[in-house]
Design a protein around this ligand. Sequence first.
Ligand code: ADP
Ligand code: AMP
Length: 219
Amino acid sequence: MNLIFLGPPGAGKGTQAKVLEERFGYQQLSTGDILRRHRAEKTPLGLEAQAYMDRGELVPDDLIIRMVETELGASGAEVIFDGFPRTVAQAEALDALLARQGRGAVAIAFDVDNDVLTERLTGRWTHAPSGRTYHVKHNPPRIAGIDDVTGEALMQRPDDTEETIRTRLAEYHAKTAPLVGYYRKSPVTKLVHVNALEPIDLVSAQLVNMVSGGMGDAA
Ligand code: ADP
Ligand code: AMP
């Protein structure tokens, strides 16, 4: 079953996607990571997306939907959609895409309070090539500034500043939060919730339980 991770920036979607990838063999499809790859490679999409990303605004739907169609085309694995969809138009496009490919999905809402997000995001350190993330306090790397797995340098994302976070959260509340209602009403995609305020390990435990239990008992 494919998984759709819904939640604001800093909810822990990327962190948990890596856990489920490792444990169950899912493929994480993070639209943020894919966009950052396009930017690093200076592709036309990357160049078009960069101003939106730097301001903390959403990249236009048509660019994102085309990008996801391209990424998904080749994949046979079960996918975790991380950071997509972020608008109703993207959710409708994903419904159509999944139906065309005969795939189903469960949407998982990461329930979290606004007031923890800025601290999570300003303390985040990222290994850019893999998208692996750490937190200076909640999940520190073994050596400060160094990725545990590769020994390469970690970086702080330029959009993880307080000012850009404010815009990103406003975008989330205006455009993405309504997707919880969208999936609650969906006749094809079940919606479940995790308490994403808990420490990382306990959020992972909730998700592992849901996935191993076939999602049937999830609240
Ligand atoms: P998202 O992908 O939803 O934007 P991340 O998974 O990158 O969020 O997490 C944002 C930051 O918060 C990272 O630094 C991560 O280590 C940290 N983090 C993730 N989950 C938790 C949690 N449950 N409690 C505390 N910090 C967390
Ligand atoms: P993220 O890595 O998920 O925090 O995303 C970083 C930035 O990439 C966002 O602030 C947006 O500018 C852009 N982005 C990522 N995913 C999407 C999406 N599904 N729709 C629109 N913009 C996106």
